[in-house]
Design a protein around this ligand. Structure first.
Ligand SMILES: [Zn+2]
Length: 233
């Protein structure tokens, strides 16, 4: 009986390595992908910039209203001071005050619109920023967990690799080569145990002749159906 049990044990270690390496690849891809929050961050930046502009516009309009009020006050002071006697001059000044007030009212309407727009922008920014903060916190937690898992898995890979080196060091090179070749062709499973006269990998019953052959063989015997190396104990 060739030492198929050694290959079977080696396969157990290889499967531990395979699953860890697969997961490590997934983790690396996930970490490289990042938070996925770039679009949301860009949206928040745009809203912040629009909000800044709206605030500036609001201040400019408030200043304009204040300047207009100053001019109204100046002219009204002149108007009611009694200094102007000429009725034509008085009428002109009255008309100017009325015009200044109409202009001011127009600027005040613009100011109200600007304030409303600023409120809307602020609400939109708050919503996006809140989403972004929650997303960032979730990503940070996920990233930390992934980093931790990566560290643990890498250490385990090192341990299993050392174990594999120690195990395979004593094995026959030809057997190892066959094992690698079959493993590659059969999704990582090269050696299958015979259980109740069936191949555990493909579940097909083995003919008596092959079972006999297996018990006395000096070279590896492979399943007639799936081609895996059979182990009988
Ligand atoms: Zn089989």
């Amino acid at each position: 009986m060739p030492k198929i049990r050694l290959l079977y044990d080696l396969q157990a270690v290889d499967r531990e390595l395979d699953s860890r390496r697969e997961r490590l690849t997934d983790i690396a891809v996930r970490l490289a992908g990042g938070s996925g929050l770039d679009d949301l961050r860009a949206e928040a930046d745009d809203l912040k910039e629009n909000l800044r502009r709206a605030t500036n516009q609001q201040r400019d309009l408030e200043d304009a209203v204040a300047r207009q009020t100053e001019r109204v006050d100046e002219n009204e002071t002149k108007l009611y001071s009694g200094a102007i006697k000429n009725s034509r001059e008085l009428e002109d000044l009255q008309a100017e005050v009325a015009q200044l007030k109409t202009q001011r009212s127009g600027i005040e309407d613009l100011l109200l619109e600007a304030l409303e727009r600023e409120d809307e922008l602020q609400a939109s920014f708050n919503a996006v920023d809140g989403k972004l903060k929650r997303g960032d916190a979730a990503w940070q937690a996920e990233e930390a967990a992934l980093n931790q898992e990566q560290t643990r898995l890498s250490a385990e890979v090192n341990e299993f690799s050392a174990q594999r080196t120690a195990m395979s060091g004593h094995m026959d090179a030809g057997m190892l080569a066959l094992y690698e070749q079959v493993r590659k062709a059969h999704e990582g499973i090269a050696v299958a145990q015979v259980q109740r006269d069936r191949c555990e990998a493909c579940r097909i019953g083995l003919p008596n002749r092959q079972l006999q052959e297996l018990r006395t063989a000096t070279t590896p015997v492979r399943c007639n159906n799936c081609g895996r190396i059979l182990l009988i104990e």
